[in-house]
Design a protein around this ligand. Structure first.
Ligand code: PMP
Length: 402
């Protein structure tokens, strides 16, 4: 008798499962617009030249492979917070940010969830947007933190439901946590305007909510990392104590290196020391210390002036390719196929993803009739669109929405 005979088959991950189905399809026109990883115009993964050059520099240094400290590589951590909060931001100048290198965005969120579970009052809820990246719900529930949804997306306009959002945050218990996508909301591609961010800030302040920023796309959304940090910096400039999960998966193309950071803005340097000591206590039994390689690469790309300059150009080129593909897709739909459906949201939304508004039944038709693979919520990764397949995708969208 096996110990595990009662273990039942679990469901495939809704996002990664799309990949599996795509791989099995042998049709020559098949298209994958599921998982959010950048692809070049030939549909191939891209390793940035800045990253390759950083790797060459590291190789030449002939470094050892000793363990990093629990909180990771110091030069990476310092550069990471400058990149996110701005080098002249008050919490950095006043030395009151507790930061740890972490296992990309997901690992950062998980540390944040564990910190909330350990140090916030029992029963504190995390408010997440409806919809949100599916893994958010699992990250918090696995850390035994309860989540609640606040209204976010309005299917009628394919835009933001700002009224519902403000109402729901206003009705949240004081002192709750609110998870905010700093830019390029996943899965909808819908971000608040600067005016709307100001309104959100006001409610967060009034209700004494703790903002937990998930910033997985800084620079990748607009091509400008400062612009994409607008919301985070608005909140910290207003004196709020935020938490931040930062990822370099997309903007540096370091997906598999698992490099990111988790940080907490504290009130004083003394408080920061205490918080950091507890982060260490939390991380040690989880994974002891983070991986070395990605931290070395990201540190070089952030700190070496030449590499940094090159990276910012490459980052802008990635963002621009996505923006161009949005325009191309919309133009095929409207000009070539004369679709009468409103497709303005394709170009109004920002970042890697577009929430097409296609129903699960239409998504199924795309797969069955056209061999186009996306998640059943109608989200496409625009990175999977290129000049060779855009017309085919547009035609398929037109056919299933006629
Ligand atoms: N947050 C959001 C909103 C994301 O879209 C992603 C990537 N899909 C992540 C976090 C984390 O990604 P990673 O762990 O690869 O950095």
């Amino acid at each position: 008798m096996s110990f595990w005979q009662n273990v039942k088959m679990g469901p495939a991950d809704p996002i990664l499962g799309v990949n599996e189905a795509f791989k099995k399809d042998t049709h020559d026109k098949k298209v994958l617009v599921g998982v959010g990883a950048f692809r070049d115009d030939n549909g191939k993964p891209l390793v940035l030249t800045a990253v390759r050059k950083a790797e060459e520099l590291i190789l030449k240094q002939n470094l050892d492979k000793e363990y990093l400290p629990i909180i990771g590589l110091d030069s990476f951590n310092k550069a990471a917070i400058r990149f996110a909060y701005g080098s002249q931001s008050a919490p950095i100048l006043e030395n009151r940010i507790a930061i740890t290198q972490s296992l990309s965005g997901t690992g950062s969120l998980r540390i944040g969830a564990a910190f909330i579970e350990r140090f916030m009052p029992k029963g504190t809820k995390v408010y997440v947007p409806k919809p949100t990246w599916g893994n958010h719900l699992s990250v918090f529930s696995d850390a035994r933190v309860e989540t609640c949804e606040y209204r976010y997306f309005d299917p009628k306009t394919n835009g933001l439901n700002i009224v519902g959002l403000l109402e729901d945050l206003n009705n949240a218990p004081n002192g709750s946590v609110v998870l905010l996508h700093g830019c390029a909301h996943n899965p909808t591609g819908v971000d608040p305007t600067q005016d709307q961010w100001a309104q959100i800030l006001q409610v967060v302040k009034n209700k004494n909510l703790l903002p937990f920023f998930d910033v997985a796309y800084q620079g990748f959304a607009s091509g400008d990392p400062v612009r994409d940090a607008y919301s985070l910096r608005l909140f910290t400039d207003a004196g709020l104590q935020v938490m931040l999960a930062q990822s370099f998966a997309k903007n540096m193309g370091l997906y598999g290196e698992r490099i990111g950071s988790f940080s907490i803005v504290c009130a004083t340097p003394e408080e920061k020391d205490c918080v950091l000591s507890q982060i260490k206590i939390l991380v040690r039994p989880l994974y002891s210390s983070p991986p070395l390689n990605g931290a070395r690469i990201a540190e070089k790309v952030l700190n070496d002036p030449e590499l940094n300059k090159l990276w910012l150009v490459e980052l802008k080129a990635m963002a621009d390719r996505i923006i161009n593909m949005r325009q191309l897709l919309r133009s095929y739909l409207e000009n070539d196929f004369k679709s009468t459906h409103d497709w303005s949201h394709i170009t109004n939304q920002i970042g890697m993803f577009c929430f097409t508004g296609l129903s699960p039944a239409q998504v199924d038709r795309l797969k069955d009739e056209f061999h186009i693979y996306l998640t059943r919520n109608g989200r496409i990764s625009v990175a999977g669109v290129n000049t060779k397949n855009a017309k085919y995708i547009a035609e398929a969208f037109h056919q299933v929405t006629k």
